[in-house]
Design a protein around this ligand. Sequence first.
Ligand SMILES: Nc1ncnc2c1ncn2[C@@H]1O[C@H](COP(=O)(O)OP(=O)(O)OP(=O)(O)O)[C@@H](O)[C@H]1O
Ligand SMILES: [Mg+2]
Length: 355
Amino acid sequence: MKNIEFHNREKETKEIRAILDRQPTLITFVYGPINSGKTELINHVIEELPEEYVVFYINLRTKFLASYDDFIESLFEMEMETEAALKKGKETLAELVSSVTKVAGIPITREFLDYVFKDNKPKNAFSYIIKLFEEVKNSGKHPVLILDELQKIGDVKVNGPLIYELFNFFIDLTKEKHLAHVFVATSDSLFIEQIYNEAMLQGRCRYLLVDDFDKDTALNFFDECGFDDREKELAWNYCGGKPVYLVELLRVEDRGKMVERMLKIRTSQISELLNSLRAYGEKIEFRGEFYEIVYDNVIEELSKLKENVNCAYEYITPEITYLVRNNIVFVEPLENTMRAQSRLDLLAIREMLQR
Ligand SMILES: Nc1ncnc2c1ncn2[C@@H]1O[C@H](COP(=O)(O)OP(=O)(O)OP(=O)(O)O)[C@@H](O)[C@H]1O
Ligand SMILES: [Mg+2]
């Protein structure tokens, strides 16, 4: 099996390393369109980090999060290493910390687990994590907490949404205690839009965009993979710099045929979605209420992308929400613009509008 080498993310890697080099002050939100390589970048940076960093990485993507307990469980890890440590009698936090060698969820002993789940209060879990991170610091290392796909906890409630409790905890870890670096990654641009406009986070976080490769980076990638000039042009024109598509193109011999097939599939997916909207209508939750999506408004939003790659929006409407939730459109809240999730989506939208 051929492994695909991690390709150039120098600028983003440098930015993350510069953040890690200084004492923690702000929460870092890593965002970008779907499949742009956020998780890949984070994993790459983690791999290259010196020993002095202890990374607690939690990816919520695969976790089932219906309740507060689910969330707390997803944070903690009673994995083999920890279990083995327990068997050897490593019961204190210092001993536990010394047994954490690689990236994992947050280790916990059975004794603390009872405490953390007691009373169903995030406060217990958070005070345990603070104790653990302090222990990491005492051992001369720097704790780094990374939560991937955080938007998944959006609906979990504990005296109001859990997310507020969590953000307060992150602010405490960074700006107040300077105890741990906190990175939050998400491909849900509506989630970032909400965060961006959230009063409690003003001046307490920074944003790091991990976008599809730009043209130079993509062309460089094609060169490294041995594409000829015709293939390079085709790949860029159809797929832009979306890493996941480029990797897919590597797999096949006839790249010309492949890009056309990819566009055909995407166009038919988007057409099907919109035809079904026209035929049956759809309600979505928007600002806490259910809204009927207006087909003509959706087409109007998409039509803005006929001539332009990017277009400005004044505010998020139910129709923009619908397009984002269906992974057709990406909103960039820092600039109040929207665009297709990828070059392929843009071409598919334009093709669909012509039908
Ligand atoms: N820098 C890179 N070099 C080589 N391949 C990459 C790179 N970044 C991403 N990829 C490829 O693209 C795929 C998708 O990347 P990844 O899962 O990191 O995207 P993501 O932005 O986290 O996606 P999601 O929006 O689903 O969270 C990876 O599995 C990998 O094959
Ligand atoms: Mg990801």
